[in-house]
Design a protein around this ligand. Structure first.
Ligand SMILES: NC(=O)c1ccc[n+]([C@@H]2O[C@H](COP(=O)([O-])OP(=O)(O)OC[C@H]3O[C@@H](n4cnc5c(N)ncnc54)[C@H](O)[C@@H]3O)[C@@H](O)[C@H]2O)c1
Ligand SMILES: [Zn+2]
Ligand SMILES: [Zn+2]
Length: 341
């Protein structure tokens, strides 16, 4: 089969790879119909997180089940499914909470070394009864793809920003995750969402969905918009040192900084004293994808949480190198790229 690998900075390739092995007792094999390129894949592509050799990538995929192991009870070949980007063993107390980060065996992310990636013609899914759900009626493939990772992440970023109805929430970074955070924060009752990104087209998309776009230096602009007080909560969907600094400075005393951006593997010099004197709550979260499905599926199927406008481009899997180049450019009219095997 054909599979996308990243083998160094700015180098994505499509290679021949063996088909997934026949499924073990609890596992499944899924024929991929659409896969997403996530900002997390771009960390490998940009070289922020070095790859040790050709790395099979992609943790966002939807498709059709082609084979199941003998212990799989919820799925059979032919079912159309979406899969959590983060996988767990499926049978421990941690997984029972719906948050595979707390799995006793440790979480595994597709396409990051522990499991083969979904930017491929086919992919093996462990503990399939836990990892997958059927694509609900009325949910198109791009919305289903957002439910594997980015919408869950934006949603949990807003939930864990822990603001009261009417609050002012700032969102730093308006890629797909930030766009999902903007929409989630508004649906969760934020009075105002201040949307920050250097790219005008990305600010405009957030504005189209109800945010107030902010230009200029982040901290000063947020303080200006809040009469010098700071935002009740700041969501950081970038996690550069600069955005973390800005989030901690632009949140009001007693407010919450909710980080879902993936920082590079090095340390960040956390300004403890400043945070302590201002009683700031800092929350760092990998999306508990399975847990959020319960909340998100009714909101997406009813149309109350909109998913349109986020996937802007689709490339054939063979053209993944072009898809990666476009995604990594992070320009104003290409928010998120899909790959179609
Ligand atoms: N925690 C999780 O579970 C989880 C899940 C998915 C993605 N992520 C991470 O979330 C982040 C965002 O993902 P994405 O797919 O939206 O990526 P993306 O790269 O498309 O978006 C990042 C955005 O940040 C903007 N940006 C860059 N510097 C900025 C600055 N100084 N201030 C404000 N904005 C700035 C860019 O212009 C871009 O629009 C990535 O780090 C990704 O790895 C985390
Ligand atoms: Zn991701
Ligand atoms: Zn587990």
């Amino acid at each position: 089969m054909r599979q996308v690998v990243i083998d160094g900075p700015h180098s994505a390739k499509v290679i021949d790879a063996p088909d997934p092995a026949p499924p073990g007792p609890g596992d499944a094999v899924v024929k991929v119909e659409l896969a997403g390129i996530c900002g997390s894949d771009l960390h490998f592509y940009d070289g922020d997180i070095p790859v040790g050799g050709p790395l099979s990538v992609g943790h966002e995929f939807v498709g059709t089940v082609t084979a199941v192991g003998r212990d799989v009870t919820r799925f059979r070949p032919g079912d159309r499914v979406l899969t959590s980007s983060v996988a767990g063993c499926g049978h421990c107390d941690g997984c029972a909470t719906g948050d595979p980060v707390t799995c006793v065996e440790g979480p595994k992310v597709f396409g990051s070394g522990a499991l083969a990636g979904g930017q491929a013609e086919s992919v093996g899914v462990p503990a399939a009864d836990f990892q997958m759900i059927r694509i609900p009626d009325g949910v198109d493939d791009r919305s289903a793809l957002l439910l594997t990772d980015n919408l869950n992440t934006g949603w949990i970023a807003a939930r864990r920003a822990d603001f009261a109805p009417g609050a002012t929430v700032a969102v730093l970074g308006l890629g797909a995750v930030g766009q999902c955070a903007v929409r989630s924060a508004l649906l969760l009752g934020a009075g105002r969402v201040l949307a920050v990104d250097p790219v005008a087209g990305r600010r405009q998309l957030a504005a189209d969905f109800g945010a107030e776009p902010l230009e200029g230096p982040t901290v000063e602009s947020i303080l200006e918009m809040t009469s010098g007080r700071g935002a009740d909560a700041v969501i950081d969907a970038v996690a550069l040192d600069a955005t973390l600094d800005a989030a901690l400075s632009a949140v009001r005393p007693g407010g919450t900084v909710s980080v879902v951006g993936v920082h590079h593997p090095g340390p960040y010099p956390l300004p403890i004293l400043m945070g302590l004197f201002r009683s700031v709550t800092l929350r760092l979260t990998t999306a508990p994808v399975h847990q959020t499905w319960k909340e998100l599926l009714p909101l997406v199927t009813s149309g109350r949480l909109r998913t349109d406008g986020i996937f802007t481009h689709t490339f054939e899997l063979e053209d993944a190198p072009d898809g990666y180049r476009l995604a990594a450019a992070r320009n104003g009219d290409s928010i998120k790229v899909a790959l179609e095997p």
